[in-house]
Ligand binder design. Structure first.
Ligand code: ADP
Ligand code: ZN
Ligand code: MG
Length: 482
C-alpha cells in the first residue's frame, strides 16, 4: 500500500513587548534567573492579572496578516496542569473563543503554491524554563532540575494550521514564511535558537488518495528550519516502516533528537478534557472593536509576499529578493530609503548585499553603528552613473562612508577618487601619450584595434588611474579617425 503524509503545524511566538502578559515584569532574554518575577507571574495567592494591551494589538496584527477573522469579544481560560515550570498550576490561555480564527497563508515550493488554512491564533502566557542538570540536559537522566521563572508570563501567541501541508519541504516553507511575517510585523525577535519562535509538527500517514486522517504524532524540539524538515522526514519514514510491518501508529508526542537524528517517544498526549478548561474569573473579556482593528490593519507594513513581487518587478536577483524581503535584515530599510530618494534598485541591492555586507562582517559592526544613509547611497549611485567614479572607486567611497569619513562627495574628494571623464580635461594627456608612442599611434591609425588597450593603459598611468577608461578609449578612436 502507498501512503501519503499529512502535516499540521502549531507555532509559538513570544512577543517582544516591554512587559509580561499580565504583570509589569520586564520581558528580557538572558537576565539572571528568577530576577524578572513578581507575585502575579509567580502565581502567589491574591495576586491579580491585568491584560497587556500591546500584546492584544500585536496578536490582532498577526491575525490580520494571516487573513483571520478577529473576534469582537474573546475570552481567557485557565488550562489546568501540574508541572514544575508552571507556578500557578494553570496557564492562562484561550479555549473556545480565541482572538483570531479562520485565516490562510499561501506558500510556494518548487514553483507550486499551497494555501495553508489557519485554524486559530490565540493568546496565552509562556511557562518558566527548566534546566536539567547532568545526564546531557534531558530530564530522563538528570541529577536534578532548576527552574527559572523569568519566562513565566511572557506573552505567547499560538498559531495553529489545519492539516493542509503534505511534505517536510512545505512545512519548512510555511515556517520560514511565518517567520518572515512575524519579523516584518516587528512583534517578536523570533529567534529559533533561543526559543522565541518554536514549531511543533503534527504528522500522520494515510493511504494515498484517501480523505480520512490517520493517527497523528506530534514532534517537538526542532530549533531550526532545517531540523523541522529533517524531523518530519525521519518521522514519515518511521511511520511508514511501522505500517509496513503491520503495526498501528500510537498517538503520542515525540522528541526530536538533533544529534542522533531521530524522534523518541515522550508521553502520550493529554486529551483536551484533562486540562479542565474554565473561564478565567480574574480577567475581563478582550474586546477589539472595529475602530481599533482597522487602526491596527492600517499600520501593518508591506508583507513579504507583496515585497517579493515588487522587488522582482524592480529587477532584483533572487538572492537580493530573499534577503531584503525576509523582514529580518537591517538592509531593507536602507534599500527602501535609497530607492525612495531616487536611486537605481539593482545597483543599490548589489552594493548592500556585496560591499556593505562584507564591510559589516569584516569590521564586526551593526549597520546601525555606521553612518550610511539612503541619501548617501543615492548620491554615490549618481556619481557612479555620471562616470565620476569607476566601479572600484565607488566601492572605496562606500567603505569610506561606512567608516564615517563623510558623505560620498567628500570621501571621493578626500581620497582623490574622482574619475576624469571630461573630454577637454583628458585631451592634453591623450595627446602626450600619442606623442610618446608614435609607433602605436600609427598602428591605431592603420586600424589595428588591438593596440587601443595599451594606449588606454598609458593614459591611465599618467593620470594616476583616474581617467575614465571608456571615455579615453572613445577619444583615442576619434583621434585615430581624424
Ligand atoms: P490536539 O487536540 O491534539 O492539539 P488539534 O486538533 O488541536 O489536536 O490539532 C493540532 C494540530 O495538529 C493542528 O495543526 C492540526 O492541523 C494538526 N492535525 C490534526 N490532526 C492531524 C492529523 N491526523 N495529521 C496531521 N496533522 C494533524
Ligand atoms: Zn511578574
Ligand atoms: Mg490543540
Amino acid at each position: 500500500m502507498k501512503y501519503e503524509s499529512v502535516i499540521g503545524i502549531e507555532t509559538h511566538v513570544e512577543l517582544a513587548t516591554d512587559s509580561k502578559m499580565f504583570c509589569g515584569c520586564p520581558v528580557r532574554f538572558g537576565a539572571d534567573p528568577n530576577t524578572n518575577v513578581c507575585p502575579v507571574c509567580l502565581g502567589l495567592p491574591g495576586a491579580l492579572p491585568v491584560t497587556n494591551e500591546k500584546a492584544i494589538e500585536w496578536i490582532v496584527a498577526i491575525g490580520l496578516a494571516l487573513e483571520c477573522d478577529i473576534a469582537h469579544r474573546s475570552q481567557f481560560h485557565r488550562k489546568n496542569y501540574f508541572y514544575a515550570d508552571q507556578p500557578k498550576n494553570y496557564q492562562i490561555s484561550q479555549y473556545d473563543v480565541p482572538v483570531c480564527s479562520g485565516g490562510a497563508l499561501e506558500i510556494e515550493t518548487g514553483g507550486r503554491p499551497t494555501r495553508v488554512r489557519i485554524n486559530r491564533v490565540h493568546m496565552e502566557e509562556d511557562t518558566g524554563k527548566m534546566i536539567h542538570v547532568g545526564g546531557g540536559g534531558r530530564i530522563k537522566d538528570a541529577d536534578h532540575s532548576l527552574v527559572d521563572f523569568n519566562r513565566a508570563g511572557v506573552p505567547l501567541v499560538e498559531i495553529v494550521t489545519e492539516p493542509d501541508l503534505s511534505t517536510p519541504q512545505q512545512a519548512r516553507a510555511f515556517a520560514q514564511e511565518l517567520h518572515s511575517i512575524v519579523l516584518t510585523l516587528g512583534v517578536s525577535d523570533a529567534k529559533l535558537e533561543e526559543g522565541s519562535m518554536r514549531f511543533d509538527a503534527n504528522v500522520s500517514l494515510r493511504p494515498s488518495g484517501s480523505e480520512d486522517l490517520g493517527t497523528k504524532v506530534e514532534v517537538k524540539n526542532m530549533n531550526s528550519f532545517r531540523s523541522l524538515e529533517r524531523a518530519l522526514t525521519y518521522e514519515i519514514e518511521r511511520q511508514t516502516a511501522v505500517l509496513a510491518a503491520g503495526d498501528r501508529i500510537i498517538q503520542e508526542t515525540r522528541h526530536w533528537d538533533e544529534g542522533a537524528g531521530v524522534t523518541e517517544g515522550m508521553r502520550s498526549k493529554e486529551e483536551s478534557s484533562d486540562y479542565r478548561y474554565f473561564p478565567e474569573p480574574d480577567l475581563v473579556p478582550v474586546e477589539v472593536d472595529e475602530t481599533w482593528r482597522e487602526d491596527i490593519r492600517r499600520r501593518i507594513p508591506e508583507l513579504p509576499a507583496a515585497r517579493r513581487v515588487r522587488y522582482a518587478a524592480q529587477g532584483l536577483d533572487p538572492d537580493s529578493i530573499a534577503v531584503l524581503s525576509g523582514g529580518g535584515s537591517a538592509l531593507t530599510g536602507l534599500f527602501e530609503d535609497a530607492v525612495a530618494a531616487g536611486a537605481d534598485p539593482k545597483v543599490i541591492a548589489n552594493w548592500l548585499l556585496g560591499e556593505v555586507t562584507a564591510y559589516l562582517r569584516r569590521e564586526t559592526v551593526d549597520l546601525s553603528e555606521t553612518a550610511l544613509t539612503g541619501e548617501h547611497l543615492r548620491d554615490l549611485e549618481r556619481l557612479y552613473a555620471a562616470g565620476d567614479l569607476s566601479s572600484t572607486a565607488a566601492k572605496q567611497v562606500l567603505a569610506g562612508v561606512l567608516a564615517g569619513e563623510g558623505n560620498p562627495g567628500e570621501v571621493a574628494e578626500a581620497r582623490d577618487l574622482i574619475q576624469i571623464s571630461d573630454a577637454g580635461a583628458l585631451s592634453a594627456q591623450i595627446d602626450q601619450v600619442l606623442a610618446d608612442h608614435p609607433e602605436e599611434y600609427q598602428r591605431l591609425r592603420d586600424g589595428d584595434a588591438k593596440v587601443i588597450g595599451y594606449l588606454v593603459g598609458q593614459v591611465m598611468r599618467i593620470t594616476g588611474g583616474k581617467a575614465d577608461p571608456k571615455v579615453v578609449s572613445g577619444l583615442l578612436q576619434e583621434k585615430a579617425e581624424a
